[in-house]
Design a protein around this ligand. Structure first.
Ligand code: GUN
Ligand code: ZN
Length: 469
């Protein structure tokens, strides 16, 4: 399997931890090494998070035609597969491939633009670049570059935006199929708040969506999402077209943005005086429920979080983008409130997010969580003190790696296919080098375990936290 080359900002440079990606294995074979995955949500196991995880210092993953057929301690599993062709991976922790729940294919070239918040950034930087994806050659090259950067960061599954052009959608699904990656995507719906060339009419959107659903949904590992870009960019007719598509295809995903930026939200509510909040607009068109994901969700009220929890819909936490575009501080403790738990994936939101790698997302997510911890622990405001919420805001390595693997899969309703090493799921995995990064990294890791690597789950958790920092 190739190690994909890194490009640009995502996973390059001496300070960056670059996992090697082993993709999906075709034919029957075994992988022997040190494995770390999850069987449950660590936020349900406060104080004993290790109960949510599995650590196999010497494990064996048996793979047939890309699917896991056995997994367990090497000594137990290997006698059951005597003639297995085994590849041994040492000096690495093998985790399930990372899941990016919210990312933009056609922003690969344009990430990291100086100086603006969401709305002017879209107009000045994003729409002109995305318009280039109506050209097939450009869309193919861009999709290949995008996926190579995803794989270089250890991301094997994405829910991704393309553009209004079916050319962009086709090239993206084809590029993913060439790599046998599970991807969720669809035609972007936007008919206002963008220049001509970046929009389509509701009728074009509906017809193009129907054509792309017929051509790609459920073909190989391609999955289709009805994709209103954001409520502010959608007329009543366009949202009605989304509603109609969801009624006609209830098994499809709905991928969009929600409550990202204060100016966006106030403009939206002027256009929908019958709605009291952002989520209410999507509810009006019956788009909220299982398989709905709203990227960002920075400014959702308690009431909106509660309604999302009841519905089974998900939020996507995109800390790199929320910080880069100055959108705000996502309330991790609110999303993980056990009384109203909301399904949650993590996403780069590249190019609003200035990184390709979910490891960087975890780095920034940890810091956003710690800001939440300070705001909730009573030291800034004794009236709003909530010590349980302050604790939930801390992104331990268990919570972090669950969120980009099994938790991310649950948020997208694909945990029957990916997210951990359960038999029957796809063998998408990443081999993380715990010594990668700054030259002081091996010395740092030696605080916690010896040169041969982690031998206990607690040591492995230390190693993973160091990797995400
Ligand atoms: N809202 C509508 N379009 C976009 C986009 O491309 N990126 C982000 N971050 N927010 C959006
Ligand atoms: Zn986005």
């Amino acid at each position: 399997m190739p190690d994909w080359p890194a490009e640009g900002n995502g996973a390059s440079g001496a300070d960056i931890h670059q996992p090697s990606v082993k993709g999906t294995i075709i034919a029957t074979s075994g992988i022997r090494g040190t494995f770390f995955d999850f069987i449950d949500d660590p936020w349900k196991h406060v104080g004993r998070e290790e109960e949510s995880a599995r650590f196999l210092q010497d494990g064996l993953l048996v793979v047939e035609d890309g699917l896991i057929v056995a997994f367990g301690p090497f000594d137990e599993v290997s006698p059951l597969h005597p003639d297995l062709d085994v590849t041994e991976i040492r000096g690495r922790i093998i985790t399930p491939g990372f899941i990016d729940g919210h990312v933009h294919v056609p922003q690969t070239r344009a990430l990291g633009a100086f100086g603006e918040q969401l709305l002017p950034w879209l107009i000045d930087t994003v729409f002109p670049e995305e318009a280039r994806y109506s050209d097939r050659e450009y869309a193919r090259a861009g999709s290949d570059r995008f996926l190579e950067n995803m794989l270089a960061g250890g991301t094997t599954t994405v829910q991704a935006f393309t553009t209004t052009s079916t050319v962009a959608v086709e090239e993206f699904f084809e590029a993913a199929a060439r790599r046998d990656m599970l991807v969720i995507s669809g035609v972007t719906g936007i008919d206002q708040f963008a220049p001509e060339g970046s929009t389509s009419t509701p009728e074009e959107f509906y017809d193009d969506s129907k054509a792309m659903i017929a051509k790609y949904h459920g073909k190989g590992r391609n999955r289709y999402a009805i994709t209103p870009r954001f409520a502010l960019g959608a007329s009543d007719e366009l949202l009605k077209a989304c509603q109609r598509l969801k009624k006609e295809h209830p098994d499809l995903w709905v991928n969009t943005h929600i409550s990202e930026n204060p100016l966006e939200i106030s403009n939206l509510l002027l256009a929908h005086p019958d709605c009291t909040d952002y989520l209410g607009v999507y509810e009006k068109y019956e788009l909220v429920g299982p398989k709905f994901s709203g990227g960002h969700a920075v400014w959702l009220s308690d009431n909106e979080f509660g309604r999302l929890s009841d519905s089974g819909g998900a939020v996507v936490f995109c800390p790199c983008s929320n910080l880069f575009l100055g959108s705000g501080i996502f309330r991790l403790a609110k999303a993980t409130d056990p009384d109203k738990r909301v399904k949650m994936s993590f996403g780069t939101d590249m190019g609003g997010g200035n990184r390709f790698s979910m490891i960087h997302v975890l780095d920034e997510a940890y810091k956003v969580g710690m800001l939440g911890n300070t705001l909730l622990d009573g030291t800034t405001n004794r009236i709003t003190q909530d010590l349980a919420a302050a604790e939930r805001s801390k992104l331990s390595p268990y919570r972090a790696f669950w969120s980009v693997t099994l938790g991310g899969a649950e948020g997208l309703y694909i945990d029957d296919q990916v997210g951990n090493f359960e038999v029957g799921k796809s063998a998408d995995f990443v081999a993380l080098d715990w010594n990668a990064g700054p030259s002081a990294m091996p010395w740092h890791q030696s605080l916690f375990f010896g040169e041969a690597g982690p031998t206990t789950m607690a040591e492995a958790a230390h190693a993973l936290f160091a990797v995400m920092m």
